[in-house]
Design a protein around this ligand. Structure first.
Ligand SMILES: [Zn+2]
Ligand SMILES: [Zn+2]
Ligand SMILES: [Zn+2]
Length: 288
């Protein structure tokens, strides 16, 4: 174990999903919370990690994982209220869904960054950036943090380098295949949360239209427009239903068949100052 003076320094502290879900996470929070409070520090949870937690929390096959993820999300929410954890709007424009590698590549040039992860591969990738301001630690059984360093034995150096380069290359490709740019807000994000190239947030947004009959505001969502490819509604739900109601049933003057006149038709004929039709639709068509 090493001395934990690092917590007294100005560090941006990041944590990944596997550390949050680790068996030692409770011990970890007990260990780190006094430091966070004392030095006004915050543990940052990046959107990619938050997305993973949310996904795990809805996992129907692994109930234990779902329960644990829900607990972690609850804990993070309460820590966020105390400004001890941060998973909110801070990333909105600059860091949306960047992963650790991309994030640290730009961040660690300007500030000291600490990543807490149990994931050896992620640790190796981050350390391979060789940024002096960047340190990686893992949670130990007692909740304290131990430094992870790349072992670079001379004889294995070339092999190790090769391995890292390969891994970086593969994982970069992997990342590219899962990352997309929302065509509306231009943010980069996981394509699993996108439909037709549009992110979930943008799909819920849209343009306001007014019901032609009552003037009520209706949201023509981007989901309706781009996914369902529906035209904007002319009438609101209640007006639509009203217009479908039958006003009266008449007997056609030409063919003797019964035909129905809807409330919608009554409104239409009134608006044109026309009298209600005396013939059914078929006969009206034929007379034209
Ligand atoms: Zn978007
Ligand atoms: Zn209406
Ligand atoms: Zn008729």
């Amino acid at each position: 174990m090493i001395k934990d003076d690092f917590l007294e320094k100005e560090f941006s502290i990041y944590i990944d999903t596997c550390s949050l879900l680790s068996d030692y996470s409770e011990a970890f929070w007990n260990y780190i919370l006094p430091y966070l409070r004392k030095y006004g520090q915050t543990v940052i949870v990046i959107p990619a990690v938050l997305n993973e937690l949310i996904k795990h929390s809805e996992n129907a096959e692994n109930k234990e994982l779902a329960r644990k993820s829900q607990q972690v999300l609850c804990l993070l929410q309460s820590l966020e209220k105390e400004s001890l954890a941060c998973m909110g709007n801070w990333y909105d424009h600059t860091y949306a869904d960047q992963d650790f590698i991309t994030l640290f590549r730009s961040k660690s040039k300007k500030e000291s960054v600490l990543l807490i992860t149990q994931d050896k591969e992620l640790a190796a990738n981050v350390l391979a950036l060789k940024e002096p301001n960047l340190s990686v630690r893992r949670i130990l059984v007692d909740g304290s943090l131990s430094e992870i360093k790349l072992k670079e034995k001379a004889s294995f150096w070339f092999m190790l380098c090769n391995k890292i380069v390969n891994f970086l290359f593969l994982s970069a490709e992997d990342r590219l295949s899962k990352q997309g740019v929302c065509k509306l807000c231009k943010k980069r994000m996981d394509t699993r949360y996108m439909k037709k190239g549009i992110c979930a947030t943008c799909l819920k947004k849209g343009t306001i239209h007014r019901c032609k009959r009552c003037g009520k505001k209706m949201l023509y969502t981007h989901y309706l427009r781009y996914v369902e490819k529906a035209k904007p509604f002319i009438y609101c739900d209640s007006c639509y239903l009203f217009r479908k109601q039958i006003y009266e049933t008449r007997v056609c003057e030409s063919c003797g068949n019964r035909f129905e006149i809807t409330q919608g038709e009554v409104e239409f004929y009134k608006s044109k100052n026309w009298v209600l039709p005396k013939r059914c639709k078929n006969c009206r068509k034929q007379r034209k």
